[in-house]
Write a protein that binds this ligand. Structure first.
Ligand code: CAA
Length: 380
């Protein structure tokens, strides 16, 4: 067992940290306020290889491991969780889904552009009545021989308005339940594919979240991912990796808020001394540091499992469940340590508290992670 990061991992982490501080930090409050998608910054992240971190270089990716991915996600999320979710969805849901399960033609046509950042991708599973209950897909994909006809609605889709490529889950054989579900690659601009208005959100306001409508959208058969009926397994397998990315995002939000609280507590004075000298604050910092380190271990373990080729359904669910809880609880503490200033936008921690909440909801709510974990431990 070795808890040390390699020289290469340290370099990758430092590159992500530098980028986050010099590029993401300056406009982060304004982007949050205006719900502004960071177009230019996404291009810069693509230049650094952050849009296709784990993709094989032969498909235009950076060829890094999952440990590198979570290090990058943590550093970006310390500063801007809106930017990091764009990276997370593109990498672990869209690029990974295509790299692991797409045909060679699909990889040549779509993965190359997604990995280099020329394209952005979205993952479309959730529906008005199929959020946690993901097998209850109402979106239909009717088999018409050489193509499918898609009809239905998808909700809360990250990168929804900005993407070029959408991986869409739909029901083809209703009588077969989840075994009749398929996954498709849908391109922006296909006739009948409409993007609804942008959601006005509590947090991660710089990310772009939309409802999508599919009205008789004709999708060529070669755009189906995997065999007929593979769509639900595709979604579940892909989401297991996605949950590592969101766990790392949650870790980064918590760690970012902690670092600000630590700094503030050494500067702010009350009762003639820095507030860090009051045990009430010092003990909060001790709890924060401990909880964050525990979350980091779970996140790293899940990433390591994936890199080793181990099953990571359980470790990714545990990492996401715990890191998102830590993010929510410790950002509230960071606001508390900042007192009145914590309630003010320029101190950043109120945004982090708002951003933390979504990590307990998307890519499987905390309750769904407990379903996955309890089924796994009861089965073993
Ligand atoms: N890998 C492979 N197969 C899996 C799997 C996995 N990780 N998890 C489940 N399956 C398979 C099961 O083996 C089963 O197949 P068989 O019948 O052949 O054995 C099939 O999938 C159905 O599984 P269940 O019987 O367990 O189905 P269920 O309905 O009881 O529960 C669930 C499944 C775990 C609750 C699932 O519905 C789930 O994860 N729900 C949450 C969905 C979710 O995470 N949504 C997030 C949306 S995406 C998003 O947020 C992206 C974004 O924009 C940020």
């Amino acid at each position: 067992m070795d808890f040390n990061l390699t020289e290469e991992h340290l370099m990758i982490r430092d590159a992500a940290r530098d980028f986050a501080i010099t590029e993401l930090l300056p406009g982060v409050i304004e982007r949050d306020e205006k719900q502004q998608f960071p177009d230019e910054l996404v291009n810069k992240m693509a230049d650094l290889g952050f849009m296709g971190i784990m993709v094989d270089p032969k498909y235009g990716g950076s060829g890094m491991d999952t440990i590198s991915y979570v290090l990058i996600m943590e550093e970006l999320s310390k500063i801007d969780a809106s930017a990091s979710v764009i990276v997370s969805v593109n990498n672990s849901l869209v690029c990974y889904g295509l790299q692991a399960f797409g045909s060679d033609e699909q990889k040549q046509k779509y993965l190359m552009k997604l990995a280099t950042g020329e394209y952005i991708g979205a993952f479309c599973l959730s529906e008005p009545e199929a959020g946690s209950d993901a097998t209850s897909q109402r979106t239909t994909a009717e088999d018409r021989g050489d193509h499918y006809i898609l009809n239905g609605t998808k909700n809360w889709i990250t990168n929804g308005g900005r993407s070029d490529v959408y991986l869409v889950i739909a029901q083809t054989h209703k009588e077969k339940g989840h075994k009749g579900i398929n996954a498709f690659i849908v391109e922006k601009g296909m006739p009948g594919f409409d993007i609804g208005p942008k959601e006005d959100k509590l947090g991660i306001r710089g990310s772009d979240t939309h409802t999508l409508q599919f009205n008789d959208v004709k999708v060529p058969k070669e755009n189906r991912i995997g065999d007929d009926g593979f769509g639900f397994k595709f979604a579940m397998k892909t989401l297991s990796g996605g949950r590592i990315g969101i766990a790392a995002q949650a870790l980064g939000i918590a760690a970012g808020a902690y670092e600000l609280a630590l700094k503030y507590s050494k500067e702010r004075k009350a009762f003639d001394t820095e507030i860090a000298n009051h045990q009430a604050i010092a003990f909060k910092l001790a709890d924060m540091a401990t909880e964050i380190e525990a979350a980091r271990h779970l996140v790293m373990k899940a990433a390591w499992d994936k890199d080793q080729g181990n099953n990571y359904d359980l470790s990714s669910a545990m990492a996401k469940l715990y890191a998102s809880k830590v993010a929510m609880e410790q950002t509230v503490e960071a606001v508390q340590i900042h007192g009145g200033n914590g309630f003010v936008k320029e101190y950043h921690v109120e945004r982090m508290m708002r951003d933390a909440k979504i990590t307990q909801i998307y890519e499987g709510t905390s309750e769904i992670q407990k379903v996955v974990i309890s089924r796994s431990i009861l089965r073993d």
